[in-house]
Write a protein that binds this ligand. Structure first.
Ligand code: ADP
Ligand code: ZN
Ligand code: MG
Length: 477
């Protein structure tokens, strides 16, 4: 018997507003505990919420980018539960009239075209954070996060494998980043995902019982958690024990590589949802929605297609570039300056990306202007400097070193192509490497690569390798 996996995701993303959703407190990360709080977000009696218009704007932007319908009339509801991370003992959320509904995201995965329908996008406030101390009989609470605006995005159960779920999440993350809707820092919790998963025998129409997985904070963990849970459920089926798959929430323990049962799933009526009496329904006008639509940039999927068609890039290069809006813009600006697309893509996905990762600088703030990278690329192409030297020049420019011409001049990196200048070095290397020379003369023509490398080292990367190769062949022949 074969089994089919069914996955639906519930994603929370913190919106990129300066202040919280119902008060003026800052949303800045890494402040002192409880620094960003006031009577409203601490839930003190007598306070009233005031809705942050920018949060609504960003939620509409997200919904639009996800091809949803915007609900011109929507409203807030109270979701009641008692837990110390929630100072009011209810969360202001949206229940039956969310801001956006009925969208879809389409993408390619494993050679298949996938369409994941979006059930809804709703606005809500984030809760605080509890800090459980190891050796103390009490816990601490930090309300800096309480009241930060969130959108919750709920997909239909349209994914059929852990890989599809991860690919969807990557696509969603880049859409939210392109639209400057959320920072999407999974490691800081500004993008979080709960994954619902069930399996069913192939051919069965009804879905199996789903399990919800929580506590997943990276794409890698999402894939591992889903694969592990998929295996657990299929095994229960194989042993005829599928009744043991119950609707519950399981926590992913990445250390143990297992999912662990936390609690059986609450039903909606446990939350006693009712309309939030302290906030007016939200009315959005059509002109505002079209302005938001027009403010959206070209989205990753379209850009990906355009990059493969317009620039002839490989699927992988186009995918890697367009996964990041700012990296793709940097690439495109470099091409506009005159660089060949394939070469520019190699540089951007190679040395540019490497330097960004090493330096912790964001792709939005690449310190080398595209025009300078383009001139550097030409210097390498024209043979003025070697490829190795080019990479060194780039590192120097990245660290604030100036224009490529200046760096080449300062570091004396101009490529040496004249035979006269290289002959001494070639002879020296031949003298110092009798073994490789003997190998070469004995028919191991590959040994010449090593000798070329030695000349390159001696010249500190400045020698023109093609000329060196020729000279070596002549001298040894
Ligand atoms: P609930 O009533 O438990 O809240 P919903 O129908 O609202 O369930 O769905 C919550 C999430 O679970 C959605 O992302 C949805 O796609 C997903 N989901 C629903 N049913 C299944 C299923 N049988 N298998 C996997 N995921 C599912
Ligand atoms: Zn506040
Ligand atoms: Mg539900």
């Amino acid at each position: 018997m074969n089994y089919e996996t069914v996955i639906g995701l519930e994603i929370h993303a913190e919106l990129k507003t300066k202040s919280k959703i119902f008060c003026g407190c800052s949303t800045k990360f890494a402040s002192e505990p409880n620094e960003n709080t006031c009577p409203v977000c601490l839930g003190l009696p007598g306070t009233l919420p005031v809705l942050n218009e920018e949060a609504v704007r960003l939620a509409v932007k997200a919904g639009t980018a996800l091809n949803c319908r915007v609900n011109y009339l929507n409203k807030f509801d109270r979701k009641n539960y008692f837990y110390p991370d929630l100072p009011k003992a209810y969360q202001v959320s949206q229940y039956d009239m969310p801001v956006c509904t009925d969208g879809a995201v389409e993408f390619e995965c494993g050679g298949r075209h996938i369409k994941v329908r979006i059930n809804r996008v709703h606005l809500e406030e984030d809760a605080g954070k509890l800090i459980h101390l190891e050796d103390e009989p009490y816990s601490l609470v930090d309300y800096n996060r309480a009241g930060i605006p969130l959108i919750e995005i709920v997909t239909e159960p349209d994914m059929r494998s852990p890989l599809e779920a991860v690919t969807f999440m990557r696509m969603l993350k880049s859409i939210l980043e392109y639209g400057e809707i959320s920072d999407c820092r999974m490691e800081q919790g500004s993008l979080r995902c709960d994954a619902n998963i069930s399996v069913r025998p192939v051919g069965q129409k009804e879905y199996g019982t789903k399990v919800e997985l929580k506590n997943i904070n990276s794409f890698r963990e999402l894939q591992k958690a889903l694969e592990r849970e998929e295996k657990r459920q299929i095994e229960l089926y194989r042993f005829g024990e599928e009744h043991k798959i119950v609707q519950e929430t399981r926590r992913w323990d990445s250390g143990k590589g297992r999912t662990i049962s936390m609690r059986s799933k609450e039903e909606a009526h446990d939350y006693r949802y009712f309309p939030e009496p302290d906030l007016m329904p939200v009315i959005i006008d059509e002109t505002a929605v079209s302005a938001i639509k027009n403010s959206l940039p070209e989205l990753p999927m379209e850009k990906y297609r355009r990059f493969t068609q317009e620039y002839g890039l490989s699927d992988d290069d186009a995918d890697n570039l367009t996964g990041d809006r700012y990296l793709s813009e940097y690439f495109e600006n470099t091409v506009r300056e005159g660089a060949a697309p394939k070469t520019a893509a190699n540089w951007v996905l190679g040395d540019v990306l490497r330097m960004l990762n090493e330096s912790d600088i964001s792709s939005r703030e690449i310190p080398v202007e595209p025009a300078r990278l383009c001139r550097l690329i030409s210097m390498v192409e024209e043979g003025k400097i070697s490829n190795t030297a080019g990479r060194e020049v780039f590192r120097e420019m990245f660290a604030g070193g100036g224009s490529p011409e200046e760096v080449v001049e300062k570091k004396g990196l101009t490529q040496i192509s004249s035979e006269d200048a290289l002959l001494d070095l070639v002879r020296k290397v031949i003298e110092e490497n009798p073994k490789s020379v003997a190998d070469y003369r004995g028919g191991k023509t590959k040994a010449i690569g090593y000798l070329v490398g030695q000349v390159m080292n001696e010249s500190k990367g400045r020698a023109n390798p093609a000329v060196v190769n020729e000279l070596l062949v002549k001298e040894l022949g």
